[in-house]
Each structure stands twice: as C-alpha cells, then as structure tokens.
Design a protein around this ligand. Structure first.
Ligand code: NDP
Length: 280
C-alpha cells in the first residue's frame, strides 16, 4: 500500500497555523483583508468563491465581495481593480477566473498591484519566481511543495517530471521544483514517447487535464505521484488525471482526488493573504 498524501489534513494544519498568526496580528491592530471579484454567475466559480470566503472567515481574514454582472465591461472591471489597488485596508485582490469572453484576462491580471497579487498570476510575480526573487507564487503549485515537504518527501536531487505546462500549474510547478533542487523535466502534448519520459520520474506531477489518463504504465515502481486534475465522472463523482487504483499498485506515495491537491490551493491563498498583510 502506498503512503496516501493527505491534503485535507495538511491544509487544515496550515489553516490552523495561519489562524494563530492572524490572531496575533489582530492584537497588534493589523487586520488582513481580501477583495474577491466575480464577474457573472458561473456555478463552479460561485462554489470556488464561496469556499475562499469561508476559509477567510475561519482564519479571521476579512473579505470584501464584488459580484459583478456578466455584462460588466473591461473598463468597469479595470476601474474597480485600480480603486482596490489604492484602498489601504485591502491587502489582496483576487479575480475569479475564467472571465467572460469579452474581457481580456491578461490585461485584468496586469492591472492588479503586484503587492496585492495573492493569486501569483501577475507577470511580475511570475518573473520573480523565475529569477528566485521574493513574490507571490501560484497557489496550487505552492501547495504541492507543501504537500511534499510536510509528508517528508525529499525533492533535492530527485528526477521530477511535470506533465502540463500551463501558466497557473505546470510552469510555476517546474520552477518551484527547480528551486528545491530537483532535476526537472516538463512534458506536454507535443512530448514524444510520454511514458518513457514519465517512467524516469521519482516525483511525477500530473496536471494534464484528462480524466484518469495516467495509468501504472506511466509510473516507475516506487515513484511519488501528485494528481492535480479535478473532473466529475459519469456518476458525478470526482476523479483526477491519474487512475488512482491502478497507479496505487506501483507507486510509493500518492495524492487522492478529492482530498489531495485541491484543499491545498485555498490554504496557500490564505497564506499569501497573510504574507501580503504583513508586507504592507
Ligand atoms: P491546461 O488545460 O491549461 O493544461 C494542460 C496541459 O496538459 C497542457 O500543457 C497540455 O499540453 C498538456 N496535455 C494535454 N494533453 C496531453 C497529452 N495527451 N499528453 C501530454 N500532455 C498533454 O490545464 P491546467 O494546468 O489549468 O489544469 C490541469 C488539471 O488540473 C485540470 O484537470 C484542472 O482542472 C486541474 N486543476 C486543479 C487545481 C486544484 O486546485 N486542484 C487548480 C488548477 C487546475 P500543451 O501545452 O501542449 O497543450
């Protein structure tokens, strides 16, 4: 049986640590506040936004909610972001993605003050990560590093393979593993002989966005497997990018879906909000 990397327990531990820290900051009259912007009422986005606000309330972070109609213009959204950039009491700004098609996401992300970019998506935050300078790191990959470290899994000198090169998961993940002294390979849809590449991995991070694509044929005996994917199957049950039961028979440690990477994303968002509050 492999070690099951318990993202629920680890994220709870992080939230408890943050709750204590936020309590101490409040004694020094430092209040932390996250502004959450949602445009339109996509049901999945509403669930994510609700969960983020719940986590804020639990930890003691104030949250301001901006629920804008679907037809909000680019200029209206940019103006709100500029206003929030100026507001002293707001430490973090989060724009829930995806945005409606008529809005240019890149321009919206660029409008956020990098000091308040708690999602870590601003080009300045990404650049800082790339050259090893301080800045906010995208929450999902930052959460995966915490999962590995808090499960006692050494990254330095390990062969790490990341499947996926998206801006919010794959690329920052590769940079973080490199920062931890892993030897990193990034695979994607144009990679030749994917199985041969993934079988080299001591640590395999799967962010491919395809339900249960990764079976044991892709995994080296004894590897650590981190599944970033989230999908609903035909029975409305959650599953990941990894075929869990199949891969569990060969790996040494694995994250389940749900209860693996998912809960870490919000915990790291809360961590970034606290860091933003302290820095400001
Ligand atoms: P994207 O769709 O943006 O990226 C998928 C990546 O996988 C791309 O780089 C693509 O390559 C690559 N890919 C697709 N098909 C193949 C293939 N057959 N072989 C090799 N590589 C392939 O997804 P995201 O990075 O945004 O998300 C990945 C998964 O993680 C999704 O299931 C998503 O729902 C989930 N997710 C979970 C989060 C959480 O909190 N747990 C947070 C964010 C995402 P190419 O670049 O060449 O197209």
């Amino acid at each position: 049986m492999p070690q099951i990397i318990d993202g629920k327990a680890i994220s709870t531990a992080i939230k408890e640590e943050l709750k204590i820290e936020v309590g101490k900051l409040k004694e020094e009259h430092i209040h932390i506040c996250l502004a959450v912007i949602q445009v339109g009422n996509d049901p999945a986005s509403s669930v994510y936004v609700g969960n983020k606000k719940k986590a804020c309330a639990y930890i003691g972070i104030d949250s301001q909610s901006y629920e804008l109609p679907e037809e909000t213009t680019q200029e209206e959204l940019l103006k709100l972001i500029r206003d929030l950039n100026e507001k002293k009491e707001v430490n973090g700004i989060l724009v829930q993605l995806p945005l409606p098609k008529h809005i240019d996401e890149d321009e919206v992300i660029r409008a956020i003050d990098p000091k308040k970019d708690v999602d870590g998506f601003h080009p300045q935050s990404v650049g800082a990560l790339c050259i090893g300078q301080p800045g906010f790191v995208s929450c999902t990959p930052a959460g995966i590093i915490q999962l590995l470290k808090r499960s006692g899994i050494e990254i330095a000198a390990k062969e790490c393979v990341v499947i996926g090169r998206s801006n919010i998961v794959g690329k920052p993940m590769a940079l973080l593993l490199l920062r931890e002294n892993g030897t990193v390979t990034v695979a994607h849809s144009r990679t030749k002989d994917l199985k041969e590449v993934t079988k080299r991995a001591d640590i395999l991070i799967v962010a491919v966005g395809r339900p249960k694509m990764i079976t044991k044929e892709y995994v080296k005996e004894g590897a650590v497997v981190i599944d970033v994917g989230i999908h609903r199957n035909e029975n409305n049950k959650l599953c990941g990018d990894v075929d869990y039961d199949d891969v569990a028979s060969v790996c040494s440690a694995i994250t389940p879906v749900p209860g693996g990477v998912g809960p870490m994303t919000i915990a790291m968002l809360m961590h970034n909000c606290v860091e933003a509050g302290k820095a400001q």
